[in-house]
Design a protein around this ligand. Sequence first.
Ligand code: ARG
Length: 397
Amino acid sequence: MKKIILVYSGGLDTSVCIPLVREEYGYDHVVTVTVDVGQPAEDIEQAAAKARALGTEHYTADAKDEFVRDHIFPAIRANGDYMGYPLSTAIARPIIALKAVEVAKRIGGDAFCHGCTGKGNDQFRIEFVMRAFCPEMEIIAPMRERNLTRTEEIEYAKRKGVPIAQSVDKIWSIDENLWGRSIEGGRLEEPDFAPPEEIFLWTKGADQAPDKLRRIAIEFEEGVPVALDGERLNGLALVRALNALAGENGVGRIDIMEDRMLGLKVRENYECPAAVVLLTAHRALEALVLTRAELDMKAMVDRKWGEMAYYGLWFDPLKEDLEAFIGATQKRVAGTVWLDLFKGQVKVIGRRSPWALYSEDLASFDSKTFDQRESLGMVKNHGIQARMYLQLKARLG
Ligand code: ARG
């Protein structure tokens, strides 16, 4: 008996993997692991039902709280972003792979299987974790190895009696978790194809959103959100509430060109309502409490963190080092940010913190604490090297 552990979403790619590993790779014992990172409950149930129908040994791992605590919260603290993408899929892949690793450690297995294609980023993220923690196990990636197209997969699934939801003319590839929803495939890949309204499930179009603006207050402690509109909520409840609230107001649609790890430029559509709001609020609070030099340095550290997360190097020592710096800055990222949600827009309208470096007395037009006359010396010498350069250029050409 050769045993293989498949990270199983219940979608097309991973469902097709089940007959494939049996028939073409000779694994007679297929174990499926579905990881709940906040995708719709029906998806989790459907995955279990399909696994049952296809005769696998099936496990569901509820990783929602862990995902929020160990992945989403660090992403907020790092203003986690890659080219305008809040990294929703990227930060979920390591935990999905980790849960498969946990099953492997518990019940044993000869190989892992995943449904990633050879074009995307997920193969890097998932395999890094598998290799890091189970170096002795083989990794099978049938989609990549067989170079299958989506259409071929659909045909194969139909031939093998694999239940699927996709059809050849409506082939959105969806990935969903608490931090966002990604929609790819079909004509969406064309950079100039306007996304049809039907691809959006979490966000209303700006023209469908309520006419009345919704003002919200988010409270942070140590760089993570702890309360919404004065009500203390755990991370999971808070992210869910914000996804609903911001989505209702049309906030969170993202349409970008993204440079994938392999260098492919791809057009990506996301819905990340909670992420967009929380990252906006978090940045606003940092701008109030961190020094200019800290903000400057942190922008560089954050950028690097976003890149590491995108590359799936979740357990890289550099990522830990960056988080040590980030952690030191976040102790003061405490306070409240007020935002208006309105027809697709989120706008910061106020921020307050016990750690604010802002002093009304110093900055105000009406105060004399800051003696303006003392600025003169500094102003006179401002740009002194540039002035010398300009003189030299006029003289020497
Ligand atoms: N481009 C994004 C990333 O690499 C999202 C990938 C989502 N995958 C999908 N099958 N929709 O993180």
